[in-house]
Unconditional design. Structure first.
Length: 220
């Protein structure tokens, strides 16, 4: 009997995918269905409380329908998000209670990137370098910056990992640049020309004071 796994991205560019017996058979970004560029993900929704990010429901339903199965036919479910990862709790809070035991946690955002590169490659052995603006973040606000993995067979092991302090000036400047750059970038996506509407630049602000770290934005 085939085993289905549902994967959900809760970072920027929310999306869903279904894997059957190790093969990706359905995958889609939420933006392709609701026609909203970079559809309401980590940087645009509940920015001061990532634990309240909504599931990409349309993307999940699209994948299920493409496979001809229902949500209860899925044997395991994972989700991931950069920063402090609330995704397992978000899944358990929003999915039917009988699926709670099928929700698995991903130990590292970088590890998810590494497997995504390694599994489809067809290589039996490989070195994998993951370089990301931010990965999984610890409670003391250290976030994955880059990680080197050794891959062999079905196993990935860390050779070297670097973490940096989250919410530093360099880190937040990158987020501010992303928020201001997105409206211009949306003009460059031909597949979504029909849904793009001119908007004023986003205004982003970050306040750091002692243990308080809060960021908010305003859309005109």
């Amino acid at each position: 009997m085939s085993q289905y796994h549902l994967g959900v991205n809760l970072g920027h560019d929310r999306s869903a995918a279904i894997v059957r017996d190790g093969e990706i058979i359905a995958a889609i970004h939420q933006e392709r269905l609701d026609r909203r560029k970079n559809s309401i993900g980590l940087f645009l929704q509940a920015i001061d409380d990532p634990s309240q990010i909504q599931l990409p429901d349309e993307a999940i339903q699209y994948c299920l329908k493409s496979c001809g199965i229902g949500l209860l036919d899925v044997g395991s479910i994972t989700a991931n998000m950069p920063g402090i990862d609330h995704s397992a709790n978000i899944l358990r809070r929003n999915l039917p209670s009988e699926l709670g035991s099928r929700v698995l946690e991903i130990s590292s955002h970088h590890l998810a990137h590494a497997y995504t590169a390694y599994w489809p490659s067809g290589f039996e052995k490989a070195l994998i370098l993951v370089v990301d603006a931010t990965g999984s973040t610890t409670p003391d606000h250290l976030t994955e910056s880059y990680t080197v993995y050794r891959a062999e067979g079905t196993n990935l092991s860390v050779i070297h990992s670097e973490k940096v302090a989250a919410h530093t000036e360099a880190y937040t400047q990158g987020i501010r640049a992303w928020l201001l750059w997105l409206p211009q970038h949306s003009r460059m996506e031909p597949a979504l020309f029909g849904s793009w509407k001119p908007r004023q630049p986003r205004l982003a602000c970050l306040r750091i004071s002692g243990n308080e770290r809060k960021m908010w934005h305003k859309l005109e």
